[in-house]
Design a protein around this ligand. Structure first.
Ligand code: GLA
Ligand code: ZN
Length: 773
């Protein structure tokens, strides 16, 4: 892990001392009169920043030897004259057509061997020497030019950050990449083909290699799998496909590094970043993040995505930043254009989503884009300024109001930083890819969705969670979860073992620590490398269609048959949303500060999809058993204390093993057990509709859903900011208004209103309170 200079994020805002508020601005697409209009409107919207030059390579460089910064200079000058700060893109995110024509090596070859010619964007082959040469040159010339002009390189320069390329994505499968892959393998495996055969365990389907020349990229023309939906995209040799992923990641990292170093040669001050995309499959952002001064990312929640899904991405990006604040480089002012159904943001939702990002660590709020495109494939994507070109639209007014609030509260917000989580959820790209390339044991294991389901339960309780790399320092977490962390290498094993043996509590689930980093099953009793700590042996794993649940009986509760048989994960999610309350329990959570413990009791707990059939060691406590199938009565949830006789309620260290993919009511019960005896702060909101007020229990699914929509997240005072105070963001993340009991006190910075713990709070749809402590 490379430590990032934590003060770099401050440089993004230092010259303004306000939160950067603005976003992508592409004035090249309009005549100059429009720019002047834009400037006026931006001022009115309290916009203080523009991100320029994201896709202008072809305008800047008409041929191999010509560079023309004339137009960009004019744009920079106008922005400067209007007091705007600039995030300057290197502009290398899309190739110029002349380059694709005259230097075909820059073009990508697709997974099925498709030959591309200047298609779309992020269209370059990362191994192409021509691409690397010209991308590096452009980045260098840009930085040199703007430093020489006096626009970059110092604390008060208008250019406050550099933005490399744009949303790096995708792969290339060309012959040059093939050759580069062979060289990469030679370096990794000491020029010894037998080491490759060993790593990939290649002696199957006649895959033994005798020379590196026999190895091609594992696409459908090579070792990738075709043959129907089930096989397609999986791999014959998982280790082979995993290595290609790591190889291509390294190629992209080399491109990032060469642009970064080119910029750094001239601008020695401004932070350098590239915009990431959250739970994005292609690249390992932990590794990519090591190359960057600050982490930035683009948040585009889809219709119906709940706050937990959005926040897990924020928290992952903060994990990439090792807990430091980050930049919200893009969000849509209202609708995106690239979804099946492009919903417009509901009144108040833009601000709420922005505060949610700030609460989770964003120190900037930026958009794609300032003015809506007038044509092309993004013409239906919202801008702050729409086609009418006025300040009269709802989205403009809402953006302007938010801009004003950010301006007013900047000092207080920037004096805080995201809190360190009490619980960590491990998210890992290699494990994700390993599941993806595996054939079996189920097609219904969606790694990200599985992480989200566990995260959601913690989020529902407003517990501070960090989403982190399996190599992160885990010692300060009270509990750590590893949902379906299928592959683990030695370093990860050591980190997890170290965590538990120093007093940590680990929750492992089915499909954790099954394979090594090359996708080879660990030999021995599963989960081999953690078998002794987990105190169990998984003998076999049953896999059933998601529509066939297996009931779970928790010790201390009466067992009941599962009630529902939803067939898809979507149905399961919506069934969970409609869960009714039976005898919900409220009260203190052992050891925690919770004021209530919401556990859905109407829908019965059950497992789905995967069912480990396991043996518990004699000193392993069984916390739940299956109620169905031939393995009825056998353990489905266990706890193995690190020290003999250790008890959950005493905060004992050890491993909780969850042998199945539980439904939400089961996850709630398991998280109860995970947190038992630990001092994890939970801020659970109690519903307060009139009916509930009298009995203190949620009266209906609607009441339960409404209070689940309340999110409470803290930013903590920075030690180096005198007078700084903690801020607690209380947000209604959904449209219906909701009443509940306030679990914290503070003065709302947005309205001046005083909130007292225990008060009944009524919040409008998408309302936010920022409580100063
Ligand atoms: C991405 C890109 C932007 C734009 C937006 C549209 O985030 O970085 O250039 O295309 O999507 O939502
Ligand atoms: Zn290539």
């Amino acid at each position: 892990m490379v430590a990032r200079d934590e003060k770099m994020i401050d440089r993004v805002v230092s010259s303004l001392s306000t939160i950067l508020y603005g976003g992508d601005y592409n004035p090249e697409q309009w005549p100059e009169e429009v720019w002047q209009e834009d400037m006026k409107l931006m001022k009115e919207a309290h916009i203080n920043e523009v991100t320029l030059n994201v896709f202008s390579w072809s305008l800047l460089q008409p041929s191999e030897s010509e560079y023309d910064f004339h137009l960009l200079d004019r744009i920079v000058d106008i922005c400067k004259a209007n007091g705007l700060r600039i995030v300057m893109a290197t502009g290398t995110g899309a190739l110029p057509a002349w380059m694709c024509l005259r230097h075909p090596d820059v073009n990508r070859i697709g997974y099925n061997g498709e030959i591309y010619r200047h298609n779309g964007r992020e269209n370059f082959c990362a191994s192409s020497p021509t691409f690397r040469k010209y991308a590096g040159l452009l980045a260098a010339k840009m930085a040199q030019h703007y430093v020489e002009r006096g626009d970059a390189g110092a604390g008060d320069s208008p250019i406050v950050a550099w933005h490399l390329s744009n949303e790096y994505s995708g792969f290339c499968w060309c012959d040059r990449c093939a050759q580069a892959f062979r060289e990469w393998l030679k370096a990794k495996y000491h020029n010894n083909i037998d080491e490759v055969n060993d790593a990939w365990n290649a002696h199957m389907w006649s895959h033994t290699y005798h020379s590196f020349d026999e190895i091609f990229p594992p696409n459908t023309r090579g070792d990738g799998m075709e043959g129907g939906a089930y096989w397609a995209g999986h791999a014959v040799l998982g280790g082979y496909s995993l290595d290609y992923r790591h190889f291509y990641n390294d190629q992209v990292r080399a491109c990032i590094k060469l642009e970064r170093d080119a910029v750094r040669t001239y601008d020695t001050y401004a932070p350098i970043t590239t915009n990431m995309m959250g739970t994005f499959n292609d690249y390992d952002y932990y590794k990519q993040g090591e190359l960057l001064d600050v982490i930035s990312w683009d948040s585009y929640p889809g219709l119906g995505e709940d706050a937990a899904v959005i926040d897990m991405r924020h928290d992952l990006m903060r994990g990439v930043a090792h807990g430091e604040p980050w930049m919200l480089m893009e969000q849509a002012p209202s609708n995106q254009n690239w979804m099946p159904y492009c919903y417009v943001k509901r009144p108040g939702q833009l601000a709420e989503l922005s505060w949610q990002a700030v609460a989770h660590g964003a120190n900037t709020v930026q958009y794609f884009q300032i003015r809506q495109a007038r044509s092309g494939c993004e013409k239906f994507h919202s801008g702050i300024i729409s086609a009418d070109g006025t300040n009269k639209t709802r989205r403009f007014r809402e953006a302007a109001q938010l801009g004003k609030q950010l301006e007013q509260l900047s000092a207080q917000i920037l004096a805080t930083k995201p809190r360190h989580g009490q619980v960590a959820l491990i998210f890992d790209w290699n494990a994700w890819w390993d599941i993806q390339f595996s054939v079996g044991p189920t097609q219904a294991l969606d790694y990200v969705a599985e992480c989200q389901r566990w995260y959601r339960e913690l989020h529902r309780r407003n517990i501070a969670v960090d989403v982190v790399s399996p190599l992160e320092n885990l010692q300060d977490y009270q509990a750590v979860l590893t949902p379906c962390l299928q592959s683990v290498d030695k370093a990860v094993v050591e980190n997890l073992r170290n965590y538990v043996s120093h007093g940590g509590r680990l929750l492992m689930t089915t499909m954790t620590a099954v394979a090594d980093e090359h996708d080879s099953l660990y030999q021995g009793e599963q989960p081999v490398p953690l078998r002794d700590l987990a105190g169990i042996w998984v003998e076999e794993t049953d896999s059933l269609a998601p529509s066939t649940p297996v009931g779970l009986a928790f010790t201390g509760e009466e067992a009941q048959a599962p009630q529902v048989s939803p067939s898809t994960s979507k149905e399961r999610a919506s069934a969970a949303g409609k869960a009714t309350y039976g005898k919900a329990t409220y009260g203190e959570v052992a050891g925690g500060k919770a004021i209530g413990n919401k556990v859905a009791g109407g829908e019965q707990p059950y497992g789905t999809t995967l069912f480990d059939i396991l043996h518990a060691d004699s000193d392993t406590e069984v916390l739940a058993t299956y109620t169905d199938q031939f393995y009825a009565g056998t353990p489905a949830l266990t706890f193995h204390a690190l020290e003999q006789g250790g008890k959950l309620e005493n905060g004992a260290a050890g491993v909780i093993y969850c042998a199945t993919m539980p439904n939400e009511p089961a996850i709630a019960r398991i998280v109860d057990r995970l947190l038992t005896g630990l001092a994890v702060e939970q801020m659970v909101t109690l519903p307060m509709c009139e009916k509930c007020q009298s009995c203190g229990t949620p009266c209906s699914p609607d009441c339960q859903k409404a209070t689940s929509a309340i999110e409470i997240t803290r930013r903590v005072a920075r030690a180096d900011k005198p007078g700084a105070r903690d801020l607690v963001f209380v947000m209604n993340t959904a449209e219906p208004p909701v009443s509940f009991t306030a679990p914290v006190s503070g003065k709302d910075l947005l309205t001046g209103k005083l909130v007292k713990q225990g008060d009944t709070l009524t919040m409008a749809g998408f309302e936010t309170l920022i409580l100063q402590q």
